[in-house]
Design a protein around this ligand. Sequence first.
Ligand SMILES: [Fe+2]
Ligand SMILES: [Fe+2]
Length: 348
Amino acid sequence: MMRLAVFAGKFDPITNKHIAFARKLLTDQFDHIYFLPVDPALVKPEWRHRMCEAALGSREDMSVIGEDVSTPRKEMLSAVKTIAAVHPEHQLAFIMEDGLKAPKGYPVIPFESDSREAVLEIGRYRDTSLISRNVLAFIASQGLYQHCEEKKLREMLSKGRLQHTMGVRSTAVQLARRFDSPMIKCGVAALYHDCAKEMPVKEMRRICVNELGRKEQDEILSSGALMHGHVGAYLTEKLFNVHDEEILNAIRYHTTGRVDMSDTEMIVFLADAIEPNRADYPGLQEIRQLSEESVRAAVLLSLCVTKAYVIKSGKEFHASGDQTITWLREKCTERERSLTKKMLDKWI
Ligand SMILES: [Fe+2]
Ligand SMILES: [Fe+2]
């Protein structure tokens, strides 16, 4: 006789507390626990379903059921049918999150979730330790629980730019996951990094001079390419209500980098250069290859590649980029420096 339980909850989002509770019950009461996301919740069932899958990993004694969720009760009864079809001989209990009601006639184990605390933390752009890194990566790459203004952003960008933006966001989150850096901050900065990119240069210049107090001789006023990061940070604060300095700096300096740039800044810079929708350019393959090993070295290589390209075209490379290169060379280890040089020598 299989001893089974349905863990019914919003899982909005699923936290480490849910998993620890289920694990404990599996050690002495049940052979298998089914996680069933029910409505209503802040994010749609499909996403909560996927967060549950990310949290459970490959464990064989826990799985997720129910996809088309309309009401908790209806879904719980259909879950019972599904389970009965697979295990005709079974005992079933319900674990119920935050006072949800179970169908009549089954033993009930109550569970108090900490999802609300987790949502508050995410709203402050923190990679909360209440949630596993796998689940956080999903949240960051989808922009969940962050009041993201994707609709407003969509109106500001062309289809192609939007596709690039989404590519930068997923790449930034992957890099942050791999190098143990802030995933939520990288995801938000990536989402808004090019929000000013399609604004007329004249308007960007107006904002730089009137709103940001830039002087006419300032280097960033020399091109839209340099201005859109600074104007983008300004718009992200004004239009999208993001006031986190680390996120704003990652947007502000995503084209030039800067001395003392943070891990978040480096990751957004790098993700912008290597995201999968990028048309091929000389050095792209090498930068992608190096990004597997070191973000710092890959950012250095990317800047050196741009500098070489700019000089080759007979133009002048911006001083802020040069300062970043010097700083990064000092920060890099001997091995990172030599890897960068080797890659650079490949195509120069
Ligand atoms: Fe950009
Ligand atoms: Fe970009």
